[in-house]
Write a protein that binds this ligand. Structure first.
Ligand SMILES: [Fe+2]
Ligand SMILES: [Fe+2]
Length: 320
């Protein structure tokens, strides 16, 4: 990766004056990072309006300051989500950003007990949010900085997958946490794919595509040997690119031989990929995404029953 790895993008929507610790914020200008506010100065409503007027979507934090920021945001999450004066959209955006920050650390070090604990707490918060907030999907359509696509996508898939399981199945609390952790880590195996391939804007060659496809099995093998993850987590990581008709990867399992959590993850994964901006194309609207997926479903990509449930759920919990 480039020097960008020293910088973390923070969506300005997730910075609220009293929900932000004293760390420096930077603006990206051309290829450079310019100090926007020093640690001591408060981030004010006027800052927000000014940035919004200039169409600035992100400010940047030095990765070395992320520990302070994460601790501050994660510790304040329960209180923040309970506040009456914040709209559900603002809450969702802060939760989304905090989850993205957490998932970045998880990808760097998925075997650290502290990260695993943070990740479980985060899933708990997300579950609570998606289960109780009727506009829960509003915030997951947030704009993301392209360098952080994979992490933002992980959080989207998690929100969708938790919502789906919560509404359709009756899982034990521990199993729900595992659905969340598995979804956050579903593309973990991407760390084994070279940046060159991942950052490529053109179509992939056959060999490159073959390599990308290995992220499922490689992620699964790595997380399995770490011994920290149970079956649900591992199933999501391994099977989220299987297709119901057996034409998926890595195993080509078919129908209900594919573990159910993997079938749900596959649906959420495709939807998330379609509704997000990518370097090479603009995001699809919700309607277009569903249309594309319906065509795929007719060709046998998804479990039809689960797909129909999914469409009902996203239609219900989507902003008007
Ligand atoms: Fe994947
Ligand atoms: Fe994915």
């Amino acid at each position: 990766m480039s020097k960008d790895r020293y910088w973390r993008a923070i969506s300005i929507d997730s910075i609220s004056p009293d929900c932000f610790p004293s760390v420096a914020l930077y603006l990206r200008s051309g290829g450079n990072y310019v100090l926007y506010k020093d640690p001591e100065r408060m981030f004010t409503v006027a800052d927000y309006s000014r940035l919004e007027r200039n169409f600035t979507e992100f400010l940047y934090v030095r990765s070395g300051d992320m520990e302070i920021l994460n601790e501050f945001m994660e510790n304040g999450l329960t209180e923040m989500l309970a506040r009456d004066d914040l709209s559900s959209a603002v809450k969702g955006k802060i939760l989304y950003q905090t989850s993205v920050n957490c998932v970045i650390d998880m990808f760097e070090s998925p075997d650290t007990a502290a990260n695993l604990l943070r990740c479980r707490n985060m899933v708990q918060h997300m579950l609570q949010h998606v289960a109780t907030d009727s506009h829960a999907l509003e915030s997951i359509q947030a704009v993301v900085d392209n360098n952080f696509y994979i992490f933002a996508h992980a959080v989207q898939v998690t929100a969708l997958s938790l919502l789906f399981h919560e509404m359709i199945f009756d899982l034990a609390p521990d199993e729900m946490i595992d659905v969340g952790v598995g979804s956050l880590l579903h593309d973990y195996g991407m760390i084994f794919i070279t940046g060159e391939i991942l950052e490529k804007n053109d179509a992939l060659s056959d060999i490159e595509y073959y390599k990308v496809k290995q992220h499922t099995q490689k992620g699964y093998e790595y997380l399995k040997q770490s011994g920290n993850y149970g079956e649900i987590v591992l199933n999501i990581v391994r099977y989220h690119h299987e297709r119901y008709d057996g034409n998926g990867y890595p195993t080509g399992l078919k129908g209900d031989d594919i573990p159910r959590s993997g079938q749900v993850a596959a649906i959420c994964d495709v939807y998330s990929a379609l509704i997000m901006d990518r370097a090479h194309r603009k995001a699809n609207s919700h309607e277009d995404a569903i249309k594309i997926m319906r065509e795929e479903a007719e060709k046998g990509a998804f479990n039809p029953e689960l797909f129909n449930h999914f469409v009902e759920i996203v239609n219900l919990k989507r902003p008007l």
